[in-house]
Design a protein around this ligand. Structure first.
Ligand SMILES: Nc1ncnc2c1ncn2[C@@H]1O[C@H](COP(=O)(O)OP(=O)(O)O)[C@@H](O)[C@H]1O
Ligand SMILES: N[C@@H](CCC(=O)OP(=O)(O)O)C(=O)O
Length: 365
């Protein structure tokens, strides 16, 4: 089977801090991706840069902050970005396709399936799908904002053999290397720990948004989907091939397990939770360490109006999210039996399954 590689390029690698595309960089990356394709890989590109490419053209002095301003800048910049990619890839006889996605395209299974079918067809025909968030229609509370998360969801969706996140630093350091010259690079990560997350700060440039923090979060999503990740830099010709082969300038996040099933990935990362359930310490332990299902007895409170089959977020008594799952109860039913023993629940209401969330439909975060 052909190797399938998703490459994500951040705004900081494509544009200048003052705004506007750096065409030499686009040409460099197009050549790098073309060499990967020539080697027989199927290549998908997740690109940022629409806002950064467009803001100066429409009169903003710096990257705008308000949502409607960013959307206006993105709608101008996205066209400029695609034009630049189209011209750069044409020099390598490659055709590109524009795919703009929102979070709801992943949460709605039919739309996700359609996007997937389109991408498969494009790959079959040797076309390079170029994916960005559909910035002009994304609403604030559901926005990806940075494209790191989007690239991880895409990598999981297409079952990529590797996700390569290219940025302006050569990997994850023990502190932001722009501010701390003593920081040292971490070459390999097997498990994403709290300490690792504390190393990672926000964006170091005037055009990037997520910083290293969102790259680690994205790596976590991809690793759970069974996709190994590289985060680093490609600055010299051949760097992308090196990154693909395991000797790139950056940090490798490895996976050992085969990854979650598509159903569990949907529950854990794509779905939009319709409510929230607060569980006590015993239930938290049963879900996280005991491999058990969630029963009504462990429920403290709930929020939201949900129905059987919806996904809800589960939080502990400190309100820290611990996972998500598919509920077997409507919120009004659960309200009536929260905290009660199984016998008591069965005396009071008639539900087809006693588990509030079955362990097969539960994903820890
Ligand atoms: N621990 C860290 N290691 C490496 N880079 C870090 C770290 N913490 C913060 N950063 C910053 O993250 C930046 C890359 O993120 P970002 O600006 O969002 O790039 P992109 O536009 O490529 O997504 C780096 O330039 C760096 O300043
Ligand atoms: N969709 C947006 C992404 C915004 C952004 O800055 O992302 P990133 O550079 O990946 O942190 C754009 O194209 O401008």
């Amino acid at each position: 089977m052909q190797q399938r590689i998703v490459v994500k390029i951040g705004s900081s690698s494509l544009t200048s801090d003052e705004g506007g595309l750096t065409h030499a960089k686009i040409e460099f990356f197009a050549a790098e991706l073309a060499s990967l394709q020539q080697r027989g890989c199927q290549v998908l590109l997740v690109t940022s840069g629409a806002v950064a490419a467009g803001f100066r053209r429409i009169g903003y002095k710096a990257r705008p902050k308000q949502l409607h301003e960013k959307q206006a800048a993105a709608s101008v910049g996205q066209a400029l970005l695609m034009q630049a990619y189209q011209e750069a890839f044409a020099r390598h006889d490659l055709v590109v396709a524009q795919i703009l996605l929102t979070r709801s395209d992943f949460s709605n299974r039919k739309r996700g399936h359609n996007a997937m079918a389109t991408i498969e067809e494009l790959l079959k025909r040797g076309v390079i799908p170029i994916i960005n968030e559909n910035d002009t229609v994304s609403v604030d509370e559901l926005k990806f904002s940075e494209n790191d998360t989007l690239s991880a969801l895409v990598a999981n969706l297409v079952k990529a053999q590797r996700l390569i996140i290219l940025t302006d630093t050569d990997g994850l350091y023990t502190d932001d290397p722009r501010h701390n010259p003593e920081a040292t690079r971490i070459d390999r990560v097997d498990v994403i720990t709290g300490e690792l997350l504390r190393f990672a700060g926000g964006s170091g440039s005037a055009v990037g948004t997520g910083g290293m923090r969102s790259k680690i979060e994205a790596a976590r999503i991809a690793m759970r989907g069974g996709v190994p990740v590289f985060v680093g830099r490609a600055a010299e010709p051949g760097d992308l091939l090196l990154a693909t082969d395991g000797s790139g300038k950056g940090t490798y996040f490895d996976t050992t397990a085969g990854g979650l099933s598509m159903k569990k990935q949907w529950v854990g990362f794509h779905s939009l939770p319709q409510g929230k359930i607060v569980v006590d310490r015993g239930a938290e332990e049963a879900l996280l360490s005991g491999g058990k299902s969630l029963l009504p007895v462990g429920i403290r409170e709930l929020e939201g109006d949900f129905h059987p089959g919806d996904v809800v977020e589960v939080v502990n008594v400190d309100r820290i999210p611990i996972g998500r799952g598919v509920v077997n109860y409507a919120s009004w039913q659960l309200q009536a039996v929260a905290g009660l023993s199984t016998d008591e629940v069965q005396r009071r209401i008639d539900v087809p399954r006693i588990e509030v969330i079955h362990r097969d439909e539960w994903v820890a975060v």
